[in-house]
Design a protein. Structure first.
Length: 205
């Protein structure tokens, strides 16, 4: 198998967990594209500057994503920053970073340099970054179900996580449309294994 498999969807739709397991079952790497946007958001926080300013500073930084069989390691100027990418602070800044076309182009170039095969998750992997991909999926679930899934990861109250998810859905809606040829899976009433099973049913290596 030398394919690119795209799994897109809104925040906390389960796409990263699904992408990891699908990749494991197929014996190929997985890539979480959101980590690169999160790394740019982390740059804003570390340097205490706006998304507009960080866009100008991007050429001065080196951003790399290394897929391992179980996780993605993100390096910023040679330092591993993976652990710092999933805070509420990063959640709050990341959409402002991700709406900027020059930042999107920068992230897309990093992604397109990675040699296939791999499973990649994100918002626009199937529609924009890898339109030629043979297998494209788009996961959905209600905001309440997604918030419930994310509460343990964030260690915050349900209402705080839910309002952050609703705010981010609105902020991300322009880059979050499913590709026209994507298979859409509603995961609200499926567990992780159920979703992975549905995805694998469509893939014929
Ligand atoms: O997937 P994850 O929640 O880690 O993504 C973090 C943020 O990065 C999203 O809220 C969105 O703003 C942005 N993103 C994007 N396009 C992608 C992946 C992520 O705009 N392909």
């Amino acid at each position: 198998m030398n394919e690119v498999i795209t799994i897109d969807g809104p925040s906390a739709s389960g796409k990263t967990s699904v992408a990891k397991l699908v990749a494991q079952r197929l014996g190929i790497p997985y890539i979480s594209s959101g980590l690169l946007y999160r790394a740019v958001a982390l740059m804003c926080l570390l340097e205490n500057v706006s998304a507009e300013e960080i866009e100008k500073r991007l050429p001065k930084h080196r951003l790399e994503l290394q897929p391992t069989p179980t996780q993605n390691l993100v390096f910023l100027d040679g330092h591993e920053v993976s652990e710092a990418l999933h805070s509420l602070e990063v959640d709050q800044v990341v959409s402002a970073v991700a709406v900027r076309p020059a930042i999107r182009e920068y992230v897309n170039q990093v992604l397109r340099r990675i040699p296939p095969p791999f499973v990649v998750d994100g918002r626009d992997m199937g529609s924009t970054v890898f339109p030629q991909a043979r297998y494209k999926f788009y996961l959905t679930a209600t905001p309440e179900v997604r918030a419930q899934r994310r509460v343990p990861e964030r260690g915050a109250a349900f209402d705080t996580v839910l309002s952050e998810i609703i705010r981010r859905d609105e902020a991300d809606k322009h880059q979050s449309a499913p590709a026209r040829d994507a298979i859409i899976l509603d995961t609200s009433y499926l567990d992780l294994d159920g979703v992975v099973q549905r995805v694998l049913e469509h893939i014929h290596p």
